[in-house]
Design a protein around this ligand. Structure first.
Ligand code: C5P
Length: 303
């Protein structure tokens, strides 16, 4: 059973105050893009995981692996309903870079939920899978859903965004290095003198998305984590400036970083921007993607 699952961008990431449980209340506009990991699950004598591809050596292959944790959480839920699913081997082919702000680990967890639900004939609904997803990580439920959606709470309470069928063309600039999400949130807490009492959705971004006008969307991209990510990874400033000088409609750090994201006016502009950015030597590599992309979906039932 093989499932394909997208990376996510945050077109807005508004971070509220820290909570007692160590998380932050947030309001975010998630946007899935066409950079996919593939996750295969097959019956095995005991649970295990193999990771290949982009950054594979930095993914844990023990019980800390998010895909295995998701499979274990689903197994418990199905067992509670009476049937007895067995062990699985999970094989992850990574294209989403690790610790890059693109929720690659959460994506793999979402893919494992969809794949195991099929393999075990668990029969859980999308809604039930989303509830389990939220226990595994803040971004897992969105990777199930895909598209463009507003996330609240830790990011797990989702409302799909009503928007025309516009495809946006993005260039991702991958950095030479990683940022830890908890470290970036901690840096934000240190940097902030005034903490907003609550995070608020940017009405102008939502209106821009409804209009389908890429230049308006580009002007409203925002990420409260960006100053924190830049404080830990100052070289990103140069990458963002380069992209804007090369004609991007908007630029921001992806999630907790360090990937930089640029919106282009068309597929052709995205190609030009990608070529120029890689020539400028301001990142490790670039990728062109489009969004919104669909959430985790079965691509092959063989094995
Ligand atoms: O839920 P997930 O494992 O993706 O979160 C990783 C870390 O990011 C959390 O342990 C927390 O430090 C931080 N985080 C946060 N507030 C959120 C989401 C994540 O502080 N809403």
């Amino acid at each position: 059973m093989t499932v394909r699952v997208p990376a996510k961008l945050n077109l807005q990431l508004a971070v509220g105050p820290p909570r007692a449980d160590g998380y932050h209340d947030l309001v975010t506009v998630f946007h899935a893009v066409s950079l996919y990991d593939q996750v295969r699950v097959e019956p095995a004598r005991r649970d295990g995981v193999t990771v290949t591809g982009e950054g594979a050596d930095r993914v844990p292959v023990d019980q800390d692996n998010l895909a295995l944790r998701a499979a274990a959480a689903l197994r418990t839920a199905i067992r509670d309903r009476g049937s007895g699913p067995g062990s699985v081997h999970v094989t992850i082919a990574k294209r989403i870079p690790v610790a890059a702000g693109l929720a690659g680990g959460s994506a793999d967890a979402a893919a494992a939920l969809v794949a195991c639900n099929e393999l075990w004939a668990g029969g859980l609904s999308q809604h039930q899978l989303a509830e389990i997803a939220a226990t595994v990580g803040s971004d897992v439920a969105f990777a199930l859903l895909g598209g463009t959606a507003v996330g609240r709470g830790r990011g797990e309470q989702l409302t799909p965004a009503l928007a025309p069928a516009t495809q946006y063309h993005w260039v991702l600039a991958f950095a030479d290095g990683q940022l830890s999400t908890p470290a970036v949130y901690a840096a934000l807490d240190r940097l902030r003198r005034v903490v907003p009492p609550e995070a608020a959705l940017d009405a102008a971004l939502m209106s821009a998305l409804r209009s389908g006008d890429a230049s308006r969307v580009g002007q409203r991209l925002s990420n409260d984590l960006q100053p924190a990510a830049l404080s830990l990874f100052p070289a990103l400033r140069k990458t963002l400036t380069a992209g804007l000088e090369l004609g991007a409609l908007g630029a921001l750090v992806a999630g907790s970083g360090p990937t930089c994201v640029f919106l282009a006016a068309s597929a052709e502009r995205a190609l030009e921007l990608a070529v120029s950015l890689s020539g400028a030597g301001v990142c490790r590599s670039v990728a062109r993607v489009s969004g919104p992309a669909p959430g985790a979906a079965v691509v092959s039932v063989a094995k």
